[in-house]
Write a protein that binds this ligand. Structure first.
Ligand code: S3P
Length: 191
């Protein structure tokens, strides 16, 4: 019988950032499986905490309230009391980089990877489902283009690594993130 691979011994999390549809959740799940590390999906944690879907939170309390919940969760994770504050995979919501405080916390918290992918892929992947309030617009392409333009510098500022994943298969992406994380944490240990 095949033996499970040993769990990675990173001391801090790998944090995935990028626009809606860039693959944070899919890559997060595959990375969690491959490394044996727990996955924390920030959107899912917030939905569970509040007992409402992201769409309902946006609708009832507004985007700004949701942004406050994201910051509160990051602050909690940074305190180090949650098991996920050690080695884990953290998948974020696409707008987590909007607040400067979030960008600072993410960089301190662990190894941050920006999954960057071309516009047509983002649009194709987000065409189904009804759970992304920011994409409920007349012209989804124009909305996504605007988000891409506004957020690209913020992802750049936050990430330790930018990975262009257009055309890459998931195994390739997962291996690249895992190896980059090993290198990052090894060089952090050396100071
Ligand atoms: C958002 C992205 C969503 C979710 C919310 C807002 C954004 O997460 O947090 O709808 O501002 O880009 P995903 O990137 O996982 O879709």
């Amino acid at each position: 019988m095949a033996q499970p691979l040993p769990q990675e011994t990173f001391e801090r999390p790998i944090i995935l950032i990028g626009l809606m549809g860039c693959g944070k959740t899919t890559v997060g799940k595959a990375l969690s499986k491959r490394t044996g590390l727990p996955l924390l999906d920030m959107d899912a944690v917030i939905e569970e905490q509040i007992g409402k879907s992201i769409s309902e939170i946006f609708q009832e309390k507004g985007e700004n309230h949701f942004r406050k919940l994201e910051t509160a969760l990051l602050q909690y994770l940074e305190k180090g009391t949650d098991p996920t504050s050690g080695a884990a995979i953290i998948s974020t919501g696409g707008g987590v980089v909007l607040r400067p405080e979030n960008r600072r916390i993410i960089r301190r918290l662990g190894f941050c990877v920006w999954l960057n992918v071309e516009l047509s892929t983002l649009l194709a992947r987000t065409s189904r489902g009804n759970n992304r309030p920011l994409l409920k617009t007349q012209d989804r392409r124009a909305t996504m283009e605007k988000l891409l333009r506004e957020r690209t510098p913020l992802y750049e500022e936050t990430a330790h690594l930018r990975l262009d994943t257009t055309g890459l298969d998931i195994n390739h992406v997962v291996c690249a993130v895992q190896q980059a994380a090993r290198d990052f944490f090894a060089s952090s240990r050396q100071g």
